[in-house]
Ligand binder design. Structure first.
Ligand code: GN1
Ligand code: MG
Length: 363
C-alpha cells in the first residue's frame, strides 16, 4: 500500500490545533479509519477516514445523506434541549471550500469528523447493552421518520435479497475464482430457501411494505458508549439510506445474538442467543412501536432469519468471485464466514415461533 500523506490531507480540512499522531482505528471491513490526536487538550481529536469509493461509488450522494441526517438529528436534539449534543451526533469537519469530503490527486476520497471524547466501542453485547442498542437504533429510525427530503441509496439495492441472489447466480455462472466445486452443497441449500427469503421485495412491490431511513449497518461496534456504559451516539453512517426496517432490526441480531463471531470456523460455537434477542427486541419496540405498521411487526422474525441468510449469500458470492469485496486474512476466510452465517440462519429458523410469541407479549 502506498504511504499516505495524512498531513497534507488533513491540511485540506478546517481542523483546529496541531496534529501529534495519526493511528489506525477500528476494524471495519470497508473503509480505512484513523484517529488523529492533537497536541493540546483544548483541541478535539479527529477521525480521518478514507471512503472506499469502489464500494460507495457516489461519494457526493453519500456525504449529502450524512449531512442531511446529522443535521436533522441535531435539530431534534436541540429542540428537546438535550444535553451534551456534540457527543450524541457526529460532526463532520468542512474543507476550506466548504465540502465534507476531499478528493486527493490519486482519486482517493477523505473525510474528517470530530472524535467524540470519552467514548468507547464494544465488540460484543450483553443482554443489558443489547436493550440499550435496540432502543438507540430504534430511536435513530424514529428521529428520521420525518426527514424532509428523499435520500438516495448509497449502495443501490444494498439489502435487496433478489439482487444478492442474482449476484450469487452470476458468480456461480462465471466461477472466476475456480472455487465452485468446493461450495456446491451450500449453493444448493441457499437456492432451496430463495423464494421464501424474497418476501420483503414482494411486499414492497405490492405496496404493503414501506422503505424508511435506516442505518443499515447496525452492529454494536457502530455505536459509541460512555464510560458508564450508556449509549452516546450511532456512528458509521455510510449506509444510512431508505430500506426496510428489517435491515436495522435483523442485522443487529445477526452479529449481536450470534454466540460467536461471524468468522468463527468452528461451527459448534455458532448459536442464536434468545436472551439477546429478547432484550434487543424490547428496546427496539419501545422506540419504534409508535410508527411501525402491523406488516413490519409481523415480519420481524423473518428479518432475523433474513440477515444471516443474506450475509451468507454475500460472503459466499465473494468467495466464489475470488475475494474481491471483503477484506480477508486467509484464503478460506469468506467461506468460513459464509458457513458460519448459514449455521446461524438455521438456528434462527428453529426459533421462529418463540420469537413471534415473544414479540406478541411485548406488544
Ligand atoms: C461490511 O465494514 P463493516 O464491517 O462495517 C458490510 C456490511 C456487512 C459486514 C459484514 C458497505 O461492514 O454490509 O454486513 O461488512 N458493509 C458494506 O461483516 O458492504
Ligand atoms: Mg462499521
Amino acid at each position: 500500500m502506498k504511504t499516505i500523506d495524512t498531513a497534507s490531507i488533513l491540511s485540506q480540512f478546517k481542523i483546529t490545533g496541531s496534529v501529534k499522531e495519526v493511528k489506525p482505528l477500528g476494524q471495519g471491513l470497508i473503509n480505512d479509519t484513523y484517529r488523529v490526536i492533537t497536541e493540546a487538550d483544548s483541541d478535539p481529536d479527529y477521525v480521518l477516514q478514507r471512503i472506499n469509493n469502489a464500494v460507495f461509488q457516489d461519494v457526493e450522494l453519500l456525504q449529502h445523506n450524512i449531512e442531511v441526517v446529522t443535521a436533522h438529528i441535531r435539530n431534534k436534539l436541540e429542540a428537546i434541549h438535550a444535553d451534551d449534543i456534540d457527543r450524541r451526533v457526529l460532526t463532520f469537519v468542512q474543507t476550506h471550500d466548504g465540502k465534507t469530503y476531499y478528493r486527493d490527486k490519486d482519486g482517493r476520497y477523505w473525510r474528517v469528523m470530530v472524535f467524540i471524547a470519552d467514548s468507547v466501542t464494544h465488540q460484543a453485547v450483553t443482554p443489558h447493552s443489547a436493550y440499550d442498542a435496540g432502543k438507540a437504533f430504534g430511536h435513530f429510525e424514529q428521529m428520521l421518520v420525518d426527514v424532509p427530503e428523499r435520500l438516495g441509496e448509497t449502495i443501490p439495492d444494498f439489502h435487496n435479497m433478489e439482487l444478492r441472489l442474482r449476484q450469487l447466480r452470476e458468480a456461480v455462472a462465471a466461477d472466476a475464482g475456480g472455487r465452485l466445486h468446493e461450495v456446491s452443497d451450500l449453493v444448493g441449500l441457499i437456492v432451496c430457501d430463495a423464494q421464501e427469503m424474497c418476501q420483503a421485495e414482494h411486499l414492497y412491490r405490492e405496496g404493503r411494505l414501506p422503505k424508511r431511513i435506516c442505518h443499515c449497518d447496525t452492529k454494536v461496534n457502530n455505536m459509541l458508549f460512555d464510560h458508564e456504559g450508556r449509549v452516546l451516539c450511532v456512528i458509521d453512517l455510510d449506509t444510512v439510506m431508505p430500506s426496510f426496517i428489517f435491515s436495522d432490526y435483523g442485522d443487529f441480531l445477526r452479529t449481536g445474538a450470534n454466540m460467536t463471531t461471524e468468522d468463527d470456523a468452528d461451527l459448534t460455537h455458532v448459536g442464536f442467543d434468545m436472551e439477546i434477542f429478547k432484550t434487543f427486541t424490547t428496546g427496539y419496540l419501545e422506540s419504534t412501536r409508535e410508527f411501525l405498521t402491523p406488516i413490519e411487526v409481523e415480519h420481524l422474525p423473518f428479518a432475523v432469519a433474513l440477515f444471516p441468510y443474506m450475509q451468507c449469500v454475500r460472503f459466499l458470492t465473494d468467495y466464489i468471485n475470488g475475494d474481491t469485496y471483503y477484506k480477508t486474512n486467509y484464503p478460506s476466510h469468506n467461506l468460513d464466514r459464509a458457513r458460519n452465517q448459514w449455521t446461524l440462519y438455521r438456528a434462527v429458523c428453529d426459533q421462529k415461533t418463540a420469537m413471534t410469541d415473544f414479540i406478541r407479549t411485548v406488544l
